[in-house]
Design a binder for this molecule. Structure first.
Ligand code: CAA
Length: 263
């Protein structure tokens, strides 16, 4: 389909979604969310895609949050429908069976921070700014910020950000463990692409199982998490990639992983 509010590209197993409303700092309106949801369905169904990168169009912003002109029209019922829709899309993003990297190129506020922390990890440009400013609008985060942020950076730090609505710099995000890496603005996509290419060279099933073991394990106690890992480890052997990887090591050659997700 033709997208108007995002740009969707795929190259050699690496998909990129660029939020594309630069005049509104890539704020999430209903049309953009619908296109994002559709693109995620396309990606989930594509066996050849191994990595997804999310970024924002323009020099200034990743995503400046939900579109405030739409929020201004809500009553409680519309607000609930909007939050349900947002959670559905962000859960879909988090559950994609491939690696997802947020390339945060500027403001990642409100829904922007919430999207970035549902990705597997974040690379930020030196210009990036994170925050949950919803309190300044008389509301609270509605796309998972009160739940994922404390799990990522700890309860007290998350509460301070959510209660004050203040923005933090890329350097502070790095220090908090919110971003994995901070790089010069102009080299952000190159650095993200280098890591994406490394990941895309790995086995699809082992990547999926690694991701699911970490994600599912974070929601349960250690013993249950270790049980999840044991099953995930075993499932890797249902893919030809496990035979290929171990044989390649013993043959002293580079592994070529070709297994699909049908395992
Ligand atoms: N919604 C709609 N429009 C937005 C927007 C948003 N979230 N953020 C920025 N814009 C628009 C501005 O209205 C402005 O439009 P015009 O040129 O037509 O006036 C344009 O983008 C540029 O913005 P600014 O002139 O404000 O740019 P700035 O550099 O001075 O400030 C900013 C940048 C600090 C990010 C500021 O725009 C800002 O504070 N934006 C709102 C951020 C915010 O509160 N986000 C949370 C939204 S609520 C949410 O996300 C709920 C949830 O959990 C899902």
């Amino acid at each position: 389909m033709a997208y108007e509010n995002i740009v969707y590209e795929v190259k050699e197993g690496i998909a990129t979604i660029t939020f594309n409303r630069p005049k509104a700092l890539n704020a999430l309106n209903g049309a953009l969310l619908a296109e994002l949801s559709q693109a995620l369905d396309v990606i989930a169904a594509d066996e050849d895609i191994r990595v997804l990168i999310l970024t924002g169009a323009g020099d200034k912003s990743f995503v400046a949050g939900a579109d405030i002109s739409e929020l201004a029209t809500f009553d409680s019922l519309k607000a609930k429908a909007f939050a349900l829709k947002g959670h559905g899309i962000i859960n879909k993003l988090q559950q994609l069976p491939i690696a997802v990297i947020a390339a945060v190129n500027g403001f990642a506020l409100g829904g922007g921070t919430e999207i970035s922390i549902a990705c597997d990890f974040i690379y930020a440009s030196e210009n990036a700014k994170f925050g949950q400013p919803e309190i300044n609008l008389g509301v609270i985060p509605g796309f998972g910020g009160t739940q994922r942020l404390p799990r990522l950076i700890g309860t007290n730090m998350a509460k301070e950000l959510i209660y004050t609505g203040k923005m933090i710099s890329a350097a502070e995000a790095l220090q908090l463990g919110l971003a994995n890496n901070v790089v010069p603005h102009d080299s952000l996509m190159d650095e993200v692409m280098k890591t994406a290419e490394v990941i895309a060279s790995k086995g699809k099933v082992s990547l999926r199982e690694a991701k699911q073991a970490v994600n599912k394990g974070m929601d349960v106690d250690l013993a249950s998490g270790c049980g999840i890992e044991i099953d995930a480890f075993a499932l890797c052997y249902a893919s030809p990639d496990a035979k290929e990887g171990t044989s390649a090591f013993l043959d002293k050659r580079q592994a070529e992983f070709k297994g699909g997700l049908s395992v």
